[in-house]
Design a protein around this ligand. Structure first.
Ligand code: ATP
Ligand code: MG
Length: 200
């Protein structure tokens, strides 16, 4: 009998820095959808964001590795960091299918806020055939199903994650003000940020 296809969660993000909100979300979704693996994919040059305050890709990649190392289901990919120029979800999924096999079932995990903007993404026509989307709602953001582009409604699962009201933006602000960031992110990441004087 042939093996069932691999169920791969893909957690894209700037991870500037990675925090408990990302980790709780990824673990919760892994368990709920019985995923075989969750791959964290730190972005190279994020197309949706300005470039100020973004730590070097090497730092963001290293912090993501430190944060995920203790979970046997988590791993980190540098494909978006290694790619030249902007990274688009479509290119990332195509490349991951080359690496993991065409039959791999992809579950792209993203914030409900990002899903509501999906029509603005690059080359989206065939995305529904390539991956499922898991739109997680974060505190303070209620997703209205009607807001999801009609072409994506069939392949999108809306999931409420009992996530934490933590964002990378808030963490960066706290560092600038000299406030504590303890317990908002893994200790190893906190130490790495201090060692390299990031976000000061
Ligand atoms: P920033 O504040 O810089 O935008 P962020 O905290 O939103 O950072 P990203 O790297 O932009 O982090 O997020 C990557 C993915 O994780 C996105 O899909 C985002 O919606 C989701 N996410 C971020 N924070 C949380 C959280 N606290 N709970 C659930 N999902 C989250
Ligand atoms: Mg964000």
């Amino acid at each position: 009998m042939s093996k069932p296809p691999l169920k791969l969660g893909i957690m894209g993000g700037t991870f500037n820095p990675i925090h408990q909100g990302h980790l709780v979300t990824a673990e919760f979704i892994r368990d709920k959808f019985k995923l075989d693996e969750v791959l964290f994919v730190p972005s190279g040059k994020p197309p949706h964001k300005g470039n100020d305050e973004i730590a070097l890709p090497e730092h963001r990649w290293m912090m993501t590795v430190l944060a995920t190392a203790s979970n046997e289901y988590f791993s980190v990919s540098s494909i978006e960091i290694e790619r030249e120029g902007n990274s688009y979800t479509r290119d990332t999924i195509l490349q991951l299918k080359q690496i993991y096999g065409e039959k791999t079932e992809c579950y792209f995990i993203t914030g409900a806020d990002a899903i509501a903007e999906i029509s603005t993404w690059h080359k989206i026509e065939d995305l529904p055939q390539m991956t499922k989307f898991i739109a997680v709602s974060r505190p303070g953001y209620k997703l209205d199903t009607k807001k999801v582009d009609s072409r994506f409604q069939k392949c999108t699962f809306l999931v409420e994650v009992p996530a934490l009201a933590i964002s990378s933006t808030e963490i960066r602000k706290r560092i600038k003000k000299g406030q504590t960031i303890k317990y908002l992110l893994p200790e190893a990441v906190e130490k790495y940020i201090h060692k390299h004087s990031l976000y000061r």
